[in-house]
Design a protein around this ligand. Sequence first.
Ligand SMILES: [Zn+2]
Length: 276
Amino acid sequence: MIHLYIAAIIFSLTVAMLLEAALPLFAESKAPLLRWFRNLTLSALAVCTTLLVSALFWASSRALGVTPGSGALAAMGLPIWAQWIATFILLDTITYTLHRLSHAVPWLWRLHAIHHSDIELDATTTHRHHPGESMVAALVNLPLLLILAPPVWAVLAYSITAVTVATFSHSSVALPDWLDKVLRRLIVTPAFHRVHHSANQIQTDSNYATVFSVLDFLFRSASPTVPDKGRSLTIGLETGRDPANQTLKAILLAPFRRKIALDPIGPSTTRTNSAS
Ligand SMILES: [Zn+2]
């Protein structure tokens, strides 16, 4: 099944890049090949992490005698269609919660800041995550999946939906305002998510949702989109913008430095970058 997930990553990235060429957010189109190479290398590392944890999940399931559809969801007597809906809602809420915690808990922010340290935003930023962050996400999801044992195809369908929507929402695409407005009532759109990548901390600490934007409205973490589709926003973090902090080596080592140069602009209310 992992090959379907990898195919979804490649397909969504290709479609998003074609969209970026057809409806560019900026008049001057750039082809930052070195930045793309770094982001895509990090994507490959994230896929390897997912593969490793999938193998761990498979081995744990076998050892514990867990089979898909035999866990807590099935024990509640839910019909299969309700298990599918519950799987989508639960997995997206878990992803939202972990993302919000990643902005509030200093050691989680150290890992997540790598995603925010990209000084431009496009489809390749979607997969710019530190392997340590991918590992934490997998280790949070693994026990929950073992307990809930949702239908395996529902988990795959959610994963493909999440990666597709995330690639779309990170892309540098200028959707017509009316379309973005209609879509963001249900799902995360480029204008909605661009605010999350603003270097201003009030905006960085908002719009956390991955698939369903309603989670941000429900948990009062939504920030309004900006009128120019986010073109005027400074993307990234206040520090760590220089080339020396954007190399692959610097990105991979950044979370382990005693003091890291990754912080948004504005008052830091919930985290510090100094190692404790
Ligand atoms: Zn974030």
